[in-house]
Ligand binder design. Structure first.
Ligand code: GLU
Length: 297
């Protein structure tokens, strides 16, 4: 199913992961989404992507909500917390297992790195090196034996089979242009992690559908993820929103802000006495702090 390019009521979302406080790049992204929704008479929803048991922290959840409120970001409805929706993601995983498209992977990070080094090539799927497929080759008896033994495992999508099952796929950008999805590049992505019963890709795809999201506006770094989400939508028979990927903010040496937020966190600007109305004006006019600019496509 492809969404109409002109849905009647726009529903978009801002979906931060609470692994730290928000910086001005996040603030800009949230503001773009809010302004887009307002301009269309639609609504912005807020979703906290707190499935990462080791890196998500309750104090960051509170901090993020405080940062957004301070900046004047207004969302509609209840905040959606992914950590409270695990049974939904589990049902989607079971569907994919039932289609024979998911398999357990017992590899450690070190084993994956060693396998890639030994093969001499390291194709990149956008999210890091592509999984070399080691556990795809295990037979059913061996899989069952290792699971019964309690060996730690994640679940991966058998990408080649999934792509073959779904056939050629296109997603639409907000200008109505079709973009051919190429999820094969990403390899056998994780559907449920060793330390969490789901993954970003699965949870975000399920939630965008469950929340009735019609328009997804997010950073350019997630363009490759859109190809994967389009595939999961096809396999799970979910509707497809329209997408727009905004450029990322980088520092003077071209590095993404994610790693270097010193002085650029919304909380720091607030503590330094910045007026949020002024910051909104600056961000809307793309007047960023000295040295910070939009990355070239
Ligand atoms: N939680 C993701 C992030 O903070 C964004 C997910 C999305 O917009 O799809 O990078």
């Amino acid at each position: 199913m492809i969404g109409s390019p002109h849905p009647q009521h726009m529903v978009t979302r801002f979906a931060p992961s609470p692994t730290g406080r928000l910086h001005i790049g996040h603030g800009w992204s949230a503001l773009l989404a809010m302004d887009m929704a307002r301009g269309a008479g639609g609504e912005l929803r807020l979703r906290i992507e707190d499935i990462d048991g080791t890196r998500s922290r309750p104090e960051h959840v509170e901090g993020i909500i405080e940062d957004l409120r301070w900046l004047g970001i207004e969302w509609r409805g209840e905040i959606v917390f992914q950590s409270r929706r695990l049974s939904l993601y589990d049902a989607a995983l079971e569907t994919l297992k039932g289609q024979g498209l998911a398999y357990p992977c017992f590899c450690t990070r070190a084993e994956i790195a060693a396998e890639i080094a030994a093969s001499g090539s390291a194709p990149h799927g956008g999210d890091g090196p592509v999984y070399p497929g080691t556990c795809r080759a295990l037979d059913a008896a061996r899989r069952a034996e290792r699971i019964a033994r309690g060996d730690a495992h994640c679940w991966r999508l058998d990408m080649e089979r999934a792509v073959a099952a779904a056939g050629p796929l296109v997603w639409l950008d907000m200008e109505g242009h079709g973009v051919a999805a190429d999820p094969l590049r990403a390899g056998d992505v994780v559907l449920a992690r060793k330390d969490a019963p789901t993954s970003y890709h699965l949870a975000a795809t399920v939630d965008d559908a469950a929340m009735g999201i019609t328009h997804v506006l997010r950073g350019e770094d997630l363009r490759a993820a859109t190809d994967i989400h389009r595939l999961l939508q096809a396999l799970l028979d979910l509707p497809t929103p329209l997408y727009r990927h905004h450029p990322l903010l980088v520092d003077a040496s071209g590095r993404r802000l994610a790693k270097r937020t010193q002085g650029l966190a919304l909380a720091e600007l607030r503590n330094a006495g910045m007026d949020p109305a002024r910051l909104r004006e600056d961000l809307r006019a793309m007047r960023f702090p000295v040295g910070i600019h939009v990355a070239k496509a």
